[in-house]
Design a protein around this ligand. Sequence first.
Ligand code: K1U
Ligand code: ZN
Length: 171
Amino acid sequence: MALLTILNYPDPRLHTVAKPVTEFNAELKRLVQDMRETMYAAPGIGLAATQVDHHIQLIVIDTSKEQNDVLVLINPKIVNQSGVQEYEEGCLSVPGVYESVTRAEHIKVEAQDTNGKKFTLEAEGLLSVCIQHEMDHLKGKVFVDYLSPLKRNRIRTKMMKHAREITRNVY
Ligand code: K1U
Ligand code: ZN
C-alpha cells in the first residue's frame, strides 16, 4: 500500500469534475486501499479521489471513533434530502482552516461498492456533512467556495504563502 500526495488549495486540479467509474477492477481496489491509508495517516475522516489527483467518482469515509469502519462510495448520487444543519468543516486540502458551512441534515444516497454492487444509504449529522463535503470534491468544489470572496481570498493568500515557505525550506 502507498500513501498518496494530497493536493493543496488553490491547486487548480481540485476544480476538476470527476468521471463516473466504469471498471471495477484490481486497479480500482488498490486505489481504494491507498486512499484509505492516506485518509487514516493524514488523519482525516474522509477523502475524495480528486484530492489525490484521480478524477473518478470515488470517496472513502470513516467517521467512527475507532477509525476502523471505512465506507467506500463509488458513483454516489443524493436521491433525497431534507432539513438544514450548520457544521464547522475542515479539509485535508486546506490544512488549518475550519469554517461553518450549511448543508442538508438528512440525505439518502445511492452508490456502488468496489464490486459495482448498488446500495442505498441514509445519513444524518457528521456522516451526512462528510458525504456532502466529499461529493462536492468530485464536482470540483472545495468547501471554501461557500465562503465570501473576501474570506476565500484571505485563505488563498495564506495557503500560497505557506506553500512558498515550505518550498524555500526544501531548497
Ligand atoms: O475531504 C477532506 O478533506 C476530509 C475532511 C472531511 C470533513 C471533515 C469535517 C467536516 C466535513 C468534512 C477531514 O477529514 S478534515 C480533518 C478532520 O475533520 C478530522 C481529523 C482527525 C480527526 C477528526 C477529524
Ligand atoms: Zn475536503
